[in-house]
Design a protein around this ligand. Sequence first.
Ligand SMILES: NC(=O)c1ccc[n+]([C@@H]2O[C@H](COP(=O)([O-])OP(=O)(O)OC[C@H]3O[C@@H](n4cnc5c(N)ncnc54)[C@H](O)[C@@H]3O)[C@@H](O)[C@H]2O)c1
Length: 308
Amino acid sequence: MSRIVISEFMDERAVAQLGAVHDVLHDPTLVDDPARLQAEAARADVLIVRNRTQVRGELLAALGKGRIIGRLGVGLDNIDVAACEARGIVVIPATGANALSVAEYVIGTAMLLLRGAYQASADVASGAWPRNALGNGREIGGKTLGLVGFGSIGQLTAKLAQGIGMHVIAFDAVLAADHPVFAASGVRGATLDEVCARADVVSLHVPLIESTRHLFDARRIAAMKRGAVLINSARGGVLDEAAVAAALKSGQLGGAAIDVFESEPLPAGSVFAGCPNLVLTPHVAGLSAESNERVSSLIAQRVLEELR
Ligand SMILES: NC(=O)c1ccc[n+]([C@@H]2O[C@H](COP(=O)([O-])OP(=O)(O)OC[C@H]3O[C@@H](n4cnc5c(N)ncnc54)[C@H](O)[C@@H]3O)[C@@H](O)[C@H]2O)c1
């Protein structure tokens, strides 16, 4: 029997599945109590985390006999993967399990921001009737979606977008523009400059690594179509937040949806105060009732296989 420590929220059914065979501690408050987390990690064979537990430095050192890290999500920027590999610790991400939630977030926010008419509830309920102001929004059908990063989430987003009549172009630093995955999905492989110049909606789906830090800075945003919509559900740091705020205020960006931030939670008094046509969400693009279940059950299953 192995000791499994889960430091953030995991679906109860998946926890029970693990608990039927192993000794499990599921305590979502552990992530906020570093001393207790380290003490528990010292006795753990398996540590399961979401994106808030930083698996590096002291915590990694404390994981004396730990040999498996389960990640209830996809991005691995909160885990020192190289150090884990060097110590023979297996890192298991929930690849693909929350892709649909993120792809739906992109399509939902793109429609909302292009149309610009769905944030009028308080005005309409209070007797205002801003019909002229809101009657000139844009349709999504026929528009071009530009994807930056064409991995599992980029590809699923393309499929949903095509279903509502969008043209899709995509840039991926690893996949050449003539890679068969583009033809197979009816998406045109493009350069990053082309994506910026042509897309009405640009959506980011790259990991946060050195080459993607501030990939969308003031210069890149200035190269986008005037009035285009920018969506970041990838990682904070991939875009320059001050540049996005300035572009929304100047009208260079016609809207933006941002789910992930350089610093989370986003501190009060951020650069986004007073920006028009902006949707901010607290890192929930990949979270939904269904994806929470899929992610948790996939990690439980993979951890059980690894322990067998
Ligand atoms: N907001 C959320 O809740 C949430 C949920 C899931 C994933 N994510 C983020 O979304 C990102 C994408 O997830 P995924 O499952 O599609 O990952 P993935 O690994 O399947 O795809 C990432 C793609 O980006 C490409 N890439 C790498 N560097 C690039 C660069 N400099 N320019 C262009 N492309 C580049 C890779 O070749 C790969 O094809 C993850 O890294 C994660 O950080 C966020």
